[in-house]
Structure formats: C-alpha cells, structure tokens
Design a protein around this ligand. Structure first.
Ligand code: C2E
Ligand code: CA
Ligand code: CA
Length: 542
C-alpha cells in the first residue's frame, strides 16, 4: 500500500510490505514518483489513465510494475482519492496476481493505438458519435489532443491538467455550432457536429487550432499556453460505422501531431496511407534496434566568423527494409511513446562517441552534438554511461554537446530530480544546448536559471531572416541576451549564402544547414566538407 501526491506523483507514504516487495528502502521509496515503479512501456497507459481518472472515482485494474532490480510484476491496483496532509492524493492497494491472469486481463500497450479500435478507448466518444451522426449528414467528427501533454503534465501536475481540460472544454464548446455533441475523454476531446458540410468543417477545425493556444489562466499555476492537433473526419450520407469514423479522425489527429502539432489534418485515403507507412510501432522499433537498422548521419556546424567546422550534429536515421531511409520525425515520437527512446538514444550516443575520432580526422577539434529526449533525463544510468563511453573512446567530454528542446528544458526546470541529473551531466564537462529555440514556451528566464551553453535558433526564424525585419529583430534580441549570459548562438536551417551572411551580421556565432552541408553518413562527411559552400560563404563575406 502507498499514498501518492496527485500533483507531483511522488510517494507520500508507503507500508512495509511494499518496501520488501519492491525492494527499496523507505527513504528511497519516498524520493520516487509512481512513474519510477513502471516499466517504460507502461508509461503512456499510465499517463492516459491519470488523465482519465475522475477525481471522485474509486478505480481498479491490472498493471505491470517494476521492482528495484528491474523485475516486472503484474498487480491489480485499487486506488481511492484521499486528502493527505491537505494535498490531493491517492491511496493505492496493489495486489500481486498470477502471470497468466495478467496476460489475458491486460490491454497491450504495445499495439499501435490506431489499430486497437475504439471500443475500450473512448466509450463516451462512441456514444456521442453514434448519437450525433444518425441521419444528420453531412456531419463532422473531430478529435482534439493537446500537444506535448507529457511536459505539460510534468510542469503543472495532474490537477493542473484537470483544470486545463475544464477550461479547454468550455473554450471548444463555445466555438461549436448548435446541436453539436462533445465528450472529453482521457487525453482527447471528441466532437460531433451534425449538418456541417466540408468547407465549414475545415474552417471550424482551423478555428479550434487557433483558439486553443490562447493563454489559459489556471488557479495556482498562472497562465499557460498549449497547442493542439485536430483530426477531422467528414462523413457524407450513407451508412456509417461510428467506430470507423472515430478511428479515422484519430488517425488524422496523429498525423497532425506527428507533423509537429498545432495543425489540422482532414482524413482521406492518402492520410491513411501516410499513417500506415509511417506510424511505426514499438515492435518494429525494437526489431530495428536488434537488427542494427539504425544509423547516424552527421551534419556540420560551421563557425560563421572563420568558416571552419565547429562540430557535427548526430541525427538518427532508420534504414527500414522496404521503406528506404526513414527520418526521425516518424521514429522519435513512437520511440518516446513506448519508452524505447531510452535505448535508442543511448545507441545514438554510443555511435556518435565511436565515430568521434573519425569525425575529428575530417575536421580537427570538431565537437559532436547529440540530441537528448526528455525521457533520457529520467534515466538514472545516463550520466554513468556517458562517462564510461567517453572514457572508453578516450574523449574529453568537453567535446560533446547534448541538445535538449526548449520544452524539455522548461520541464526539467520544474523537476528537482531531472534538474539534478542535468547538473550532473554538465558536471561531466559536456556542454548543453537549447534546441529549436523560439518554438516552445519562449520564456527567457530559464536561460539564466539552467546550466546552458548554447542556444540554437529554430530554422523557422532563420528562413525569413533575409527581408523579414520581424525575425531579424527577434534574432538580434536573442543574440544580445544570449551573449550577455555568456552563451553561444547557432542559427539552424541555413539554406542560402544570404541567410548565412545575415546571421553573421546579427552576431550569430555558428550556423548549420543545407547551405553548409546536409546530414550525411560518416563515410560521406569528407565529400560534403569539400563541397565548397564554406569557401563561397567566406569569399562573399570578405
Ligand atoms: P533538430 O535537432 O532540430 O535537427 C535538425 C533537423 O533539421 C534535422 O532534421 C536536419 O536534417 C534538418 N535540417 C538541417 N539543415 C536544414 C536546412 O538547411 N533546411 C531544412 N529544411 N532542414 C534542415 P532531421 O534529421 O529530420 O531531424 C529532425 C528532428 O528529429 C531533430 O531536429 C531532432 O529533434 C530529432 N532527432 C534526430 N535524431 C535524434 C536522436 O538521435 N535522438 C533524439 N531524441 N531526437 C533526434
Ligand atoms: Ca538538434
Ligand atoms: Ca533544432
């Protein structure tokens, strides 16, 4: 038995039997969160469950837990919402169960959601769709999901997410035409609007995408901003299967989210094809990792003042048999959802360390940058593996840079143990970069608070830097603030010499982009560097 805090998910109290069963000391237990006793593959389900829990409900169900030595254990969990020293909390009773019962009783979290059907997934939504579409065609079925809900939940807690959901429900409802039906279920908002034709459905979805990111004021939290992905299925006349409509709206929503979120995707057969080809499931990723189908491409980062190669960014690629080279946009999301990002990320780091010497032969003193997913920061073994990897390859950790996105970093700032891990990483000597700067929360305060060395300005700002004075002003401001704090600035996505020159004029230190070199396999790095863009740049700059 234990009690955990509904907001922070930390254990508040635990009984002796749990200590012996899970293999932790009381002190250790009380330092952990409920996510720490789950295998990685249970985390998406846990997150959905926490969001789905009505605050007044008693709940029970089968789960898989993990003990201190990593052994998986199937349990039936019953939880009651309680107040613990004035805080909202849950009292949990976990009972072990025989393996065979667990196997049949548990919904598999490894099945891709698009293929699980909607029966167990969204009973209220099914009801709404079934009621909404009977003979009131044309109708539109929409599903709305907030982007980056993980980091949002870590930042504002589960009760914060409840409050956010309440407010978004009202906001969405106000936009809907009379006669519409809506269900908020788990992470999603389901909407059915009868008698709405194609054009109006698209406009409505567009409005949702624009309205949801207006700031929401949450009691005790303050203003927060979230974007959302909207999947749309327009249903013409003729018999319709509610489940199929829900599923197709959901597939469209996932395509929208995989394309970066904050957008609408309307379901059509091409969306289905994209989804089928690109939604990679956990099994496929596991298999790819085992079969050695992943590889790393390297892209040069160039010093704008000297034109010399400052370093290389390691970017994951998947040589998927029968599919060609699959980019990380289709891998990282699925890997994060399944928790496989931890072993895949560790693999990328090791690969980059192993390639380090060869890269330095192409560009002496070059550093190597590796992307780090926020999940990896929760991995207790990260710092140790990094140190061991550097020692094995005889690399000075100061030549390694780890890139974290702005959203991930803001979240880390709010979590004591992740923050401690970030400091420990930095203590090894590696440098840290904020990736995609300008696309996340864009709060500048954390630049000062977190141990960061480099700011990478997102390519969306760089794209218009020639001619668009608004972006120039922004980059100028970022450069000034970064330099005042002693940070270096990288401009990403530089595709033309004019962009490179403009960035240099604005004081940007380093640049990366197709102009200087595309990401290529290790064997092609030398060829890319001889390509001549750098000398053309230098000739024009002089
Ligand atoms: P990122 O970290 O912002 O990486 C830069 C992305 O911009 C790369 O896309 C790169 O190919 C692309 N790019 C570089 N120069 C240009 C340019 O001039 N124009 C344009 N349009 N694009 C350019 P890529 O390789 O598809 O990677 C996408 C994202 O996937 C990365 O964005 C990074 O967030 C993530 N990622 C890649 N590898 C890993 C990895 O090993 N681990 C983790 N956690 N994430 C990774
Ligand atoms: Ca990056
Ligand atoms: Ca980036």
């Amino acid at each position: 038995m234990w009690v955990y805090d509904l907001e922070t998910l930390r254990f508040l109290e635990v009984n002796r039997s749990a200590l012996t069963t899970y293999g932790y000391s009381r002190e250790q237990f009380l330092q952990m969160r409920i996510t720490d006793i789950r295998p990685a593959e249970e985390l998406p389900r846990l997150r959905a469950d926490l969001l789905a829990a009505r605050p007044d409900r008693q709940r029970s169900g089968p789960w898989r837990h993990r003990t201190a030595d990593g052994t998986a254990m199937d349990v039936v969990v019953t939880s009651h919402l309680v107040e613990w020293e004035g805080r909202p909390a849950a009292l949990v009773v976990a009972e072990g169960m025989p393996r065979t019962v667990a196997a049949s009783g548990q919904t598999s979290s490894s099945t891709p959601p698009a293929a699980t059907g909607t029966a167990g997934l969204a009973p209220m939504a099914r009801e709404v769709v079934a009621r909404g579409i009977t003979d009131r065609f044309p109708a539109v079925v929409m599903v709305v999901r907030c982007d980056h809900l993980d980091s949002c939940m870590a930042a504002i807690g589960v009760t914060g997410v409840y409050a956010l959901r309440e407010q978004l429900t009202q906001r969405i409802r106000r936009l809907l035409p009379a006669g519409s039906l809506m269900a908020a279920e788990g992470e999603d908002f389901w909407v059915v609007c009868p008698h709405v034709e194609d054009g109006r459905a698209r406009r409505l979805a567009g409005q949702l995408v624009l309205e949801i990111p207006r700031p929401v004021d949450l009691p005790g939290v303050g203003e927060i901003v979230v974007s959302a992905s909207v999947g749309v299925r327009i249903a013409g006349p003729g018999p319709k299967d509610a489940d199929a409509l829900l599923m197709e709206a959901s597939v469209a929503m996932r395509v929208a989210a995989a394309q970066g979120g904050g957008r609408v995707v309307v379901f059509d057969p091409s969306v289905q094809r994209v989804a089928a080809a690109r939604f990679v499931n956990e099994q496929a990723l596991r298999q790819a990792l085992r079969a050695g189908e992943f590889c790393v491409h390297y892209q040069p980062i160039v010093d704008l003042a000297s034109g010399e190669v400052h370093g290389f960014e390691a970017l994951l690629r998947w040589q998927r048999p029968g599919h060609g080279v699959v980019g990380p946009e289709y891998v990282i999301g699925a890997a994060e959802e399944s928790g496989l990002i931890v072993p895949i990320g560790a693999w990328v780091l090791n690969r980059a360390l192993a390639d380090f010497r060869a890269l330095q032969r192409e560009a002496p003193n070059a550093s190597v940058a590796v992307n780090l997913s926020p999940h990896q920061l929760r991995d207790r073994g990260l710092v140790g593996r990094l140190k061991a990897g550097c020692a094995k390859e005889q690399i000075d950790p100061r030549s390694i840079c780890l890139e974290l996105t702005e959203t991930a970093l803001v979240r880390v700032g709010a979590d004591v143990s992740e923050y401690a891990r970030l400091l420990a990483l930095r203590d090894t000597g590696v440098s840290l970069a904020v990736d995609d700067f300008g696309t996340g929360y864009s709060a500048l305060a954390y630049l000062k608070q977190l141990p960061i060395d480099i700011v990478k300005i997102d390519r969306s700002f760089v794209a218009d830097v020639v001619g668009n004075s608004a972006d120039m002003v922004l980059i100028d401001a970022v450069v000034r603030i970064a330099h005042a704090l002693g940070l270096r600035v990288v401009g990403e996505g530089v595709e033309t010499v004019d962009q490179a020159l403009a960035l240099h004029d604005l004081g940007v230190d380093l640049a990366q982009g197709y102009f200087f070199g595309r990401p290529v396999p290790l064997a092609s790095v030398a060829r890319v560097l001889k390509g001549g863009s750098r000398s053309r740049y230098l000739a024009q700059g002089a």
